[in-house]
Design a protein around this ligand. Structure first.
Ligand code: NAP
Length: 388
């Protein structure tokens, strides 16, 4: 028996993984990092690197095609309590992608298994805030509302299609023992909730709200009776709870370059930079002339090429100095090829950024052999044309 737990390295995903191992399952964990060493029994799980911000559909498909896997639990997700004005557009994109879009895509990639007449168990962590308004967590609430509505609707389609399989929407209020609010994993606090979730999944239930009868039945009734009054109360409650985190969370990255004859070395540089920030701004030099060499491709075209790369969030005309670009974009990380380390210019930047909280990240940067060859050929051809 095998199960796939997406987000299984921490928090409730880790507790569910542990619970399923105790029930005899072998677990495939998909998460950004593996679980802490020693927390799960060796040989009973494998970790595969997976970032839902850059969903590897082929990887998910390969698990969906594995008939030994009969259970899928998606717990990966994040959020924070903050007023809407404190969210950068990059954080909006990331939260909606992880909590809603990628989660929905995974369900779709598994849909043949879920819709099949063979038993398949499936669950997703929603949130109580996906079932009602949540001032000061508006974005998180929107991302969870998307998944709650999707599951509610798809479960009807599954019923009509005649399968007994259902997707379980687990929608708790805030719980303790996970890393969601920046704490440590505490399995002893999470185990009872994990056991309840697994039981509801095996029962093919469609919705599980922990502590429903004791607490949340009345809370939801109050919300439905007067959403406005409930919203104002909820806003005040969050303000007083001390959970408000009105800080900027996203890391903005910046790098500049000429990007002439765009090649795989450029692509690798952009990919590595994006992996280390949430929002990547790329400054393209308007002309190679000021750096002592002419470009083959005109500035506007180079800008379009760079801007169409999926790792780039914003493309701008570079400034003469990257430190001038900081005045415009207030980036947190400046990416540069490692051969610039120790140069007069970058020593100057190190000094300039010392008290600004900017980290300079040096990358090994290599042009591919093919791109060097292309450059040489283009140079020769250009020369020929000029000679003609
Ligand atoms: N804790 C609560 O009070 C609460 C209440 C209601 C609902 N929920 C929901 O329950 C789920 C689990 O939360 P938790 O409390 O167990 O939090 P957690 O301890 O932070 O665990 C979440 C896991 O998701 C992973 N994850 C985050 N972003 C990811 C990405 N882009 N790609 C792949 N994995 C990613 C995290 O990896 P990293 O550590 O590398 O980021 C982490 O392993 C979430 O969907 C959350 O919204 C939590």
């Amino acid at each position: 028996m095998k199960a796939l737990v997406i987000g299984g390295s921490n928090g409730i995903g880790l507790a569910i993984t542990r619970n399923l191992i105790d029930k005899g399952y072998e677990i495939e964990i998909l998460d950004r990092h593996g679980p802490e060493e020693g927390v799960l029994p060796e040989g009973m799980f494998s970790h595969h690197c997976c970032d839902l911000l850059d969903l590897d559909e082929e990887l998910i498909k390969s698990f969906a095609e594995d008939k030994n896997i009969s259970l899928l639990m998606i717990t990966a997700g994040f959020g924070r309590v903050a007023d809407f004005e404190y969210f950068h557009t990059a954080e909006i994109k990331n939260m909606m992608t992880v909590n809603a879009t990628a989660t929905i895509q995974i369900l779709r990639l598994f849909y043949d298994r879920i819709k099949s007449s063979d038993r398949f168990y499936c669950g997703v962590m929603g949130s109580i805030s996906g079932l009602m308004s949540s001032p000061s967590a508006a974005l998180y609430s929107a991302s969870k509302a998307a998944i709650c509505r999707l599951i509610e609707s798809v479960n009807i389609e599954l019923e009509v299609a005649g399968t007994e399989n259902r997707i379980l929407n687990v929608s708790p209020a805030s719980f303790k023992g996970s890393r969601f609010y920046g704490g440590q994993n505490q399995l002893d606090l999470l185990n009872p909730l994990a056991e309840e979730i697994v039981e509801h999944m095996f029962a093919a239930d469609t919705l599980f709200i922990p502590q429903y009868e004791e607490t949340f039945k009345a809370v939801l009734e109050r919300y439905h009776n007067d959403p406005h009054e409930y919203g104002l109360h909820s806003y005040q409650f969050k303000k007083e709870s001390g959970r408000l985190d009105n800080n900027r969370r996203v890391k903005i990255g910046y790098l500049s370059g000429t990007f002439d004859l765009f090649h795989v070395g450029h692509l690798n540089l952009l990919r590595r930079a994006k992996a280390q920030c949430d929002y990547l701004i790329v400054g393209v030099h308007d002309s190679g002339a000021w750096k002592g060499k002419e470009t083959f491709i005109p500035f506007e075209e180079r800008k379009q090429i760079v801007g169409s790369c999926k790792y780039v969030d914003k493309v701008v005309q570079s400034c003469r100095e990257d430190s001038d670009a900081w005045d415009l974009w207030h980036y947190d990380r400046l990416f540069v090829g490692s051969d610039y380390k120790g140069t007069e210019r970058f020593n100057r930047y190190e000094e300039y950024f010392k008290d600004k909280g900017v980290e300079i990240v040096y990358f090994p940067y290599t042009q591919s052999t093919s791109s060097t060859q292309i450059r040489k050929t283009v140079m020769l051809k250009t020369k020929d044309i000029k000679l003609d």
